[in-house]
Design a binder for this molecule. Structure first.
Ligand code: PMP
Ligand code: GLN
Length: 408
């Protein structure tokens, strides 16, 4: 038979799906894939439920329902002082993933270089490659994950079409500094380069730090596509509602891509997200504060067990350095042992690199109920401190899992 498209068939199933499947198979506490274990605000869900019953349930406008486009424009003004025309500068997509695909397919053509910063979110490389672009990979390095500004400048060439920035950054949990963003903006303007900004964690920022979109920097409003996601902002990751803000001359080609990727996104969920975006500051403050306390609970627990926990200023994720702990030769091996033997699913950070990945970091997702985090810490403690109980622990988990499957 003739070969299928190698860009996608050459890839493994995503690490997030893989770890979630393993977590289920082993009855593990799932601190792998990034999703909260409590659904977002009930009033937003009520709004969606009402919308489903009352309708309409037919195709909404291709760019998104007016209420959500207006709400996105208002949120841009309210949080970042950006003046955005809702009719020409906002488009709604089926999650940030579709938004990324639309932006990349709209801008990138064969021969174009796209600058990506590792560690990078898993869909970036295949999407750039599918568009025919050439990924140019740069790195921020732990523990501070600082951007080397000379390396950044050197990555720009006459072929550079776009830079893809994830800020705040998964899994580094980094908020890019003003100095880094200023230089990135300056280089984009100097080299006439577009910026695709994945800002899904814009509201999950700790210690009173403020997220500042690259789009607000001089010269960037006309060349930036800024992506947000209701999944993260409202703890509703299954809804897959994303939104892109950009200049009209950029939203237009993005809409051309969107019309043949999904065309539209469920209208009732869109209206409910519009309702959510208008929530007052207390909601956004609570969200960041609640996550910050979970970060601290998990971080303190991990530190007490001897893990070297890296700084975390944002997102759902804590990274630990497992060098010298004697747990295994690579992050992949340690993650496998953790899920099979300790009953805790995590993610190997090497999955966020195109090649030559470091193999000494693993990621814990902490947007879980406190008792779930405590359970994970307790399991890790038994596994680390009582090696003789490891086999019994694994057998107990397997038995519990088998019972669950028989009952389920
Ligand atoms: N970008 C980053 C950096 C992410 O971590 C994720 C996953 N939440 C996405 C994009 C995808 O977001 P969505 O679920 O809205 O497609
Ligand atoms: N963004 C989530 C994470 O980093 C995963 C989303 C997905 O599974 N595609 O864990």
């Amino acid at each position: 038979m003739k070969p299928t498209n190698p860009v996608f068939t050459g890839l493994e199933t995503t690490i997030f799906e893989t770890m979630s499947r393993l977590a289920m198979a082993h009855g593990a506490v799932n601190l792998g894939q990034g999703f909260p274990d409590v659904d977002g605000p009930e009033d937003i869900r009520q709004e969606a439920a009402r919308g489903l019953i009352d309708g309409p349930n037919q195709y909404p406008p291709m760019l998104g329902v007016p209420a959500l486009r207006q709400a996105v424009a208002e949120a841009n003004k309210r949080f970042y002082g950006l003046d955005v025309d809702w009719q020409t500068q906002v488009i709604v997509t089926s999650g940030a993933t579709e938004a990324l695909a639309d932006c990349i397919f709209a801008l990138v053509q064969p021969g174009d270089e796209v600058i990506l910063i590792e560690p990078l979110y898993d869909c970036y490389l295949p999407l750039v490659q599918r568009a025919g672009g050439t990924p140019v990979r740069l790195r921020v390095t732990p523990p501070e994950w600082k951007l080397d500004l000379d390396a950044l400048a050197a990555a720009f060439t006459p072929k550079t079409k776009a830079v893809l920035l994830n800020n705040p950054m998964n899994p580094a949990a980094k908020v890019f500094s003003d100095e880094e963003l200023s230089e990135l903006a300056r280089l984009c303007v100097e080299h006439d380069v577009y910026a695709i900004c994945d800002e899904v964690y814009e509201h999950l920022v700790f210690e009173g730090l403020k997220h500042r979109p690259l789009m607000t920097y001089p010269g960037m409003d006309t060349r930036t596509l800024r992506i947000g996601s209701a999944g993260k902002t409202f703890s509703l990751t299954g809804w897959k509602i994303g939104y892109i803000t950009g200049a009209p001359n950029l939203i237009e080609p993005v809409a051309k891509a969107h019309q043949f990727v999904t065309f539209t996104t469920p209208p009732n969920l869109q209206r409910a997200v519009a309702f959510g975006l208008a929530k007052d500051d207390s909601y956004y403050d609570w969200l960041a504060g609640d996550l910050q306390s979970k970060r601290d609970r998990m971080g303190n627990g991990l530190r007490a067990l001897g893990f070297n926990v890296l700084p975390c200023d944002a997102t759902y994720f804590l990274t630990v350095d497992i060098s010298d702990m004697g747990l295994g030769a690579t992050d992949v091996e340690v993650c496998r042992r953790l899920v099979e033997e300790a009953g805790v699913a995590t993610v190997p950070v090497s999955a966020f690199y195109g090649a030559d990945a470091p193999v000494n970091f693993i990621r814990f997702c902490f947007c879980k109920q406190d008792h779930v985090l405590e359970e994970a810490i307790a399991r890790l403690a038994v596994w680390l401190q009582h090696p003789e109980q490891r086999q019994a622990q694994a057998q107990m988990m397997a038995a519990a899992q088998a019972r669950g499957q028989m009952q389920g």
